[in-house]
Design a protein around this ligand. Structure first.
Ligand SMILES: C[S@@+](CC[C@H](N)C(=O)[O-])C[C@H]1O[C@@H](n2cnc3c(N)ncnc32)[C@H](O)[C@@H]1O
Length: 246
């Protein structure tokens, strides 16, 4: 068993425990308002719009979309109606079961449990035009990120795009867009004020496994996966948009 497989077993057990806890939705997305249905819906709708930015709605309509680390499926009602098919995979069986239960009326959505290091068999029956992974790689060691990203890239159509959020090394000033706003940091601070001590374990910056990428490290790695655009709007995160090469 390789290193990535060994840590993936630990990650699976820990995410499963979070998925079964009463604070599941906090662990899925720790934003102000996480503990009300309205707050969650508002955030999920706006996240879905943000992550699909600059994609032509007409092109999206015929696109097959993959979400790596879909959690409880909070964004599915706002993504699935805009695409041809939605496939969500997650390391936690309970997350997958909750997503299936809550999205059972969404006919073009399906969900699969994953090992943590690669796409599960069920999700490998088709090629995808777009893959998303948000708030997932930030909780994973680098060798798990690499394994998962290569598996997702391999399942894309040529020209298909993988959009991924990475945890940035906050001490590295490289790549931060001049004049970027501070909304992400303010949001993290607002969550810190409203969370209980046990919930704080998963708050940004108190992350046990997430690999903090330096900007150049992230750029080099993402460019090894495909044709990459790398964005850093604030010190906390790096976003990679990586297109599969021919
Ligand atoms: C913070 S939640 C975010 C969920 C979802 N992306 C969202 O924004 O609503 C992280 C999710 O990723 C899943 N996850 C973490 N590491 C994973 C891995 N290596 N492979 C697949 N899923 C993973 C967890 O089980 C959890 O559901």
């Amino acid at each position: 068993m390789g290193d990535a497989d060994a840590i993936a077993k630990t990650l699976k057990a820990e995410w499963e425990a979070r998925a079964r806890s009463e604070n599941r939705e906090f662990y899925v997305a720790s934003h102000p308002g996480w503990n009300t249905a309205e707050g969650r819906a508002h955030q999920a709708r706006s996240d879905a719009t943000n992550f699909l930015v600059h994609l032509d709605p007409e092109v999206l309509r015929t696109s097959d979309l993959l979400e790596v680390g879909c959690g409880s499926g909070r964004r599915v009602p706002y993504i699935a109606p805009r695409v041809q098919s939605y496939t969500g995979i997650d390391i936690s069986r309970t997350m997958v079961e909750v997503a299936r239960r809550d999205c059972h009326e969404i006919a073009n959505a399906r969900f699969f449990e994953a090992s943590g290091t690669e796409l599960p068999e069920g999700a490998r029956d088709r090629r995808y035009d777009i893959a998303l992974s948000v708030a997932v790689f930030i909780h994973n060691p680098k060798h798990v990120c690499d394994s998962l990203a290569r598996s997702a890239m391999a399942q894309l159509r040529v020209g298909g795009e993988f959009r991924v959020q990475l945890r940035a090394d906050a001490a590295d000033p490289e790549g931060i867009t001049p004049g970027s706003d501070t909304a992400t940091i303010e949001r993290a601070q607002a969550v810190e004020r409203t969370a209980t001590p046990d919930q704080k374990d998963l708050i940004l910056g108190t992350n046990y496994y997430g690999h903090p990428f330096g900007y150049h490290e992230a750029k080099t790695w993402l460019e090894s996966l495909g044709d990459a655009q790398v964005y850093r709007m604030d010190p906390l995160f790096i976003y990679g948009f990586v297109k599969r090469r021919a």
